[in-house]
Design a protein around this ligand. Structure first.
Ligand SMILES: Nc1ncnc2c1ncn2[C@@H]1O[C@H](COP(=O)(O)OP(=O)(O)OP(=O)(O)O)[C@@H](O)[C@H]1O
Length: 670
C-alpha cells in the first residue's frame, strides 16, 4: 500500500494536462472530459461530467450487469494437437467499476475478453453467469457492447452522420428523432467530440477515433462494455481522457472491462479493479491499490518508486515460477482483494445496487426480452433502407473511385471497339466478331470479380463490430450491398456496351442491343457475386491470387468448342454448363446472330454468311437465349449465397472456430 499516495500524487499532478471545461456546452472541446480549473481530480468534476448524460440515462431501463466466471478454460485444436490458452480461471466483474485486464503479451487477455463478451464460445469450458443466471447470449448481446482492438470506422461519413446511423439502427422506433438528437449531442459533448461533429471519420486523430468508437456503442446505453486494448496507439493525454471517460461511464452503473498493455502508474490507479493474467492463469484479482501488498505477500516487493503495473509484468516475465505461485495465492481468480469502498480514492460515488435488486431487475428484463421476438432494434426493411442510404452516400463521396471506374470502362470500350472496328456485319470475319463477344465477357468477368476482391476485405473488418454488436442482420447488410452497387454497375456497363457495340459495327436494332446489354449486365452481376465470395473469404493478397485462378478455368470452359461445335463431347458439355461465363458468351452470340438476315459478303465466297452456321460451329446452334438468362440468374444466386456464407464465416469467430475444429478432427482421424 506504500505506493498508493505516490500514485495519487501522480494523478493529481498529471491527471488532466489539457486545461478544463467542467461543464461541457455546445462547442466544448476535448477538455470536456477534464476537471475543475486546477490540476485536481475532484469528485465534483466527475459529477458534472456525469450529469451531461442525463438524456442517455433517462432511457436506461436496463439492469446493471455483474459478470461472474468460474473455471473458464479455452483450448484450441490444430493439426498439431490441442493447446490450452486459458487454464480454469475465475473472476468477477461488477457494475460501477472499471476493470483492467493486465498481463504480458500472449497471456490470454484478448482471449478472455473474447470469451466473456461471447465472441468465442467454441473450445470454451467453464461457467459464466450474469447477475447469478447462466449467460443467455441472446439477452447478453443486447446488454453488451464490444469495442475490438482493430476497430475501423466507416469512412467518408462525418461524426454526426455515423452517430445518427448508429442511433437509427440501435434505437429504432424506441425514441423519436428529437430525443435521438439530444442523446447524440450529449454523448458527443461528453466525449469531447462535439466540435468535430462535421469531421469525417478518416480525418479524426487516433484518440478521437477511439472515442468515437465508444460514442457509437454508447448510443443504446449498454450496461456492460468490453474494450480490447483501447489505449493502443494513443498518446498519454488521449489515454488519460479515454480512461477517465470509462470511469465516468462506470460511475453511472455500467460495467466496463478493458485490456491494457502497460499502463503508467497514474493510469493504473484510475482502474477500480485489476485482473492480472499470465500464461493463461489468473495471478491477481482485486482493487488496484492492493496489488502491491498482495505481491509483497509472495515476496515480490515492489520498490516505492516503481510503477506497480510495470513491476507485476516484470515479475511475471522474469520469474518463471511467478505465474503459478501467484495463481495459487489467489486461487486462480477465485479470491478477490477488495477495498472497503470504491470511493476511497475520491470521485463520484458509483451507482451501486444491492445484489437482490439487481437480480430482480434482471429477471424482469430477461422475461421481457424473451417475450419480444425481435432480434434487432429495427426491422429488416428499416435496416436495409438505412444501410442502402449509407452505402449510396459513401459511394457518392468516393468520387475518385467513380472516376477511375468511368475511365476504365470508356478506355476499355474504345480499345475493344478499335480492335474489332466494324466487324459486326462482315460475313468474312464472323469468328472475329465471336472473339469480340468473348472479349466483352472477359472484360465484365475481370472487372467485376476484381473490384470486390480488392475492396471488400477491408470492409469485412469494418463490419465486424457492427455485426457483433447487433446493429443489423447480415442479410439486411448483404441485400443493401447488392442493391447499392447496381446503379453504378448498370450505368457504367451500359456505357461500355454502347461504345463497343457501336464501334464494332453491330446491327443497330434496339431489341438486339437490349438482349446484348442484358447478357453483359447479368455477367457483371454474376461476376461481382463471385468476387464478393472470394473477397469475403480471403485477404486481399490471397484473393488476388484466388480470384483470377478461379476465373481462368471458367474462361477456358466457356469458349471450348470454337470451330467444332457439333462435335463437343457430352462430358465436356456438362463441364461447360458449370461455367457461368458460357451463359454470358452464348447470350451475347445469340443476341447478335439469332433471327438475322445473311451478313454482308464483300468477297467471292463467305462460308459464314448465314449466321446460323456460326452459331452451329461455336456449339451454340441449339441454345435458347432465355436459358442463358436463367443460367446467369441461377449462378448469380449461387455466387451470392456462397458470398453470404463466406461473410458469415469471416464475421463469426465461433463459426470459423467450429469449422477449424472440424477440419482438424478430420485430419486427425485420417
Ligand atoms: N484461435 C487461436 N488459435 C491458436 N492460438 C490462439 C488462438 N487464440 C489465441 N491463441 C494464442 O493464445 C495466446 C494468447 O493470445 P491473446 O491474443 O489472448 O494474448 P494477449 O494477452 O491478448 O496478447 P497481446 O497483449 O499481445 O495482445 C497467444 O499465444 C495466441 O497465439
Amino acid at each position: 500500500m506504500s505506493n498508493v499516495p505516490l500514485v495519487r500524487r501522480a494523478i493529481a499532478g498529471a491527471a488532466f494536462a489539457h486545461g478544463a471545461s467542467s461543464n461541457p456546452s455546445p462547442g466544448a472541446d476535448d477538455s470536456s472530459l477534464n476537471h475543475d480549473g486546477g490540476n485536481q481530480w475532484t469528485p465534483a468534476a466527475l459529477e458534472r461530467a456525469g450529469s451531461t448524460l442525463k438524456a442517455l440515462n433517462r432511457m436506461a431501463k436496463r439492469p446493471p450487469v455483474h459478470l461472474l466466471f468460474e473455471d473458464v478454460s479455452f483450448t484450441v485444436s490444430s493439426h498439431k494437437g490441442e493447446r490450452r490458452i486459458l487454464h480454469n480461471v475465475s473472476g468477477e466483474f461488477r457494475s460501477g467499476e472499471v476493470t483492467c485486464i493486465l498481463g504480458p503479451s500472449g497471456a490470454g487477455k484478448s482471449t478472455l475478453l473474447n470469451i466473456l463478451a461471447g465472441y468465442m464460445t467454441n473450445g470454451v469450458n467453464g461457467v459464466i453467469t450474469v447477475n447469478g443466471h447462466s449467460r443467455d447470449m441472446r439477452v447478453f448481446k443486447k446488454l453488451s457492447s464490444y469495442i475490438m482492438q482493430d476497430d475501423m470506422l466507416q469512412p467518408r461519413l462525418s461524426v454526426l452522420e455515423l452517430m445518427r446511423i448508429a442511433a437509427n439502427l440501435k434505437l429504432g422506433a424506441e425514441l423519436g428523432r428529437a430525443e435521438k438528437e439530444l442523446i447524440i449531442e450529449e454523448i458527443l459533448q461528453t466525449l469531447g467530440l462535439w466540435n468535430h461533429k462535421d469531421t469525417r471519420s478518416e480525418h479524426l486523430s487516433g484518440g478521437q477515433s477511439k472515442r468515437l468508437s465508444v460514442a457509437l456503442e454508447l448510443v443504446n446505453n449498454p450496461p456492460i462494455i468490453f474494450l480490447d486494448e483501447p489505449t493502443t496507439g494513443l498518446d498519454i493525454v488521449s489515454i488519460r481522457q479515454l480512461v477517465v471517460l470509462l470511469r465516468l461511464l462506470s460511475r453511472q452503473g455500467r460495467t466496463i472491462i478493458c485490456t491494457v498493455h502497460q499502463p503508467s502508474a497514474s493510469l493504473f490507479a484510475l482502474f477500480d479493479r485489476v485482473y492480472v493474467l499470465a500464461r493463461g492463469l489468473c495471478c491477481y484479482q482485486g482493487a488496484s491499490p492492493l496489488l502491491v501488498p498482495y505481491l509483497a505477500e509472495a515476496n515480490y516487493v515492489c520498490p516505492t518508486t516503481h510503477n506497480p503495473a510495470d513491476f507485476v509484468l516484470e515479475t511475471l516475465l522474469s520469474d518463471v515460477e511467478a505465474p503459478a505461485r501467484l495463481s495459487e495465492q489467489c486461487q486462480n481468480g477465485k479470491l478477490c482483494r477488495k477495498l472497503d469502498r470504491l470511493t476511497a480514492r475520491g470521485g463520484r460515488k458509483p451507482v451501486l445496487h444491492s445484489d437482490e435488486s439487481i437480480q430482480r431487475i434482471f429477471v424482469e428484463h430477461v422475461a421481457k426480452e424473451q417475450t419480444q421476438k425481435m432480434e434487432f432494434a429495427t426491422t429488416f426493411f428499416t435496416q436495409f433502407i438505412i444501410l442502402s442510404k449509407r452505402m449510396f452516400l459513401q459511394n457518392k463521396r468516393n468520387s475518385m473511385s467513380l472516376w477511375i471506374q468511368l475511365i476504365h470502362h470508356v478506355i476499355s470500350a474504345s480499345l475493344l471497339g478499335s480492335i474489332f472496328f466494324l466487324v459486326g456485319n462482315d460475313a468474312n470475319a464472323p469468328i472475329v466478331n465471336f472473339k469480340f463477344c468473348l472479349s466483352c465477357v472477359v472484360f465484365f468477368m475481370y472487372t467485376y470479380i476484381m473490384i470486390p476482391v480488392l475492396l471488400f476485405p477491408p470492409e469485412v473488418r469494418m463490419l465486424r463490430r457492427e455485426y457483433f454488436n447487433r446493429y443489423y442482420s447480415l442479410k439486411a447488410y448483404y441485400a443493401a450491398l447488392t442493391f447499392s452497387s447496381l446503379p453504378v454497375m448498370i450505368t457504367l456497363g451500359l456505357l461500355f456496351l454502347m461504345i463497343c457495340y457501336g464501334m464494332s459495327g453491330q446491327l443497330l436494332e434496339w431489341d438486339r442491343f437490349l438482349l446484348f446489354a442484358v447478357s453483359g449486365i447479368l455477367t457483371a452481376v454474376c461476376s461481382e457475386g463471385l468476387g464478393l465470395a472470394v473477397g469475403s473469404a480471403f485477404s486481399v493478397t490471397n484473393g488476388s491470387i484466388i480470384g483470377p485462378a478461379t476465373a481462368a478455368p471458367l474462361l477456358a470452359l466457356c469458349c471450348y468448342g470454337m470451330g467444332f461445335g457439333p462435335y463437343i463431347e457430352s462430358s465436356m458439355k456438362f463441364l461447360m454448363a458449370s461455367s457461368y461465363l458460357r451463359y454470358g458468351l452464348s447470350g451475347f452470340s445469340l443476341a447478335l446472330y439469332s433471327d438475322r438476315q445473311p451478313m454482308e459478303c464483300n468477297v467471292d465466297f463467305c462460308l459464314y454468311a448465314d449466321p446460323k452456321l456460326i452459331l452451329r460451329d461455336v456449339g451454340m446452334g441449339n441454345d435458347k437465349y432465355i436459358v442463358q438468362v436463367v443460367g446467369l440468374l441461377i449462378f448469380t444466386a449461387l455466387h451470392r449465397t456462397l458470398a453470404y456464407f463466406a461473410l458469415r464465416y469471416r464475421l463469426t469467430a465461433e463459426f470459423s472456430n467450429k469449422f477449424m475444429t472440424y477440419i482438424s478432427k478430420v485430419l486427425k482421424h485420417r
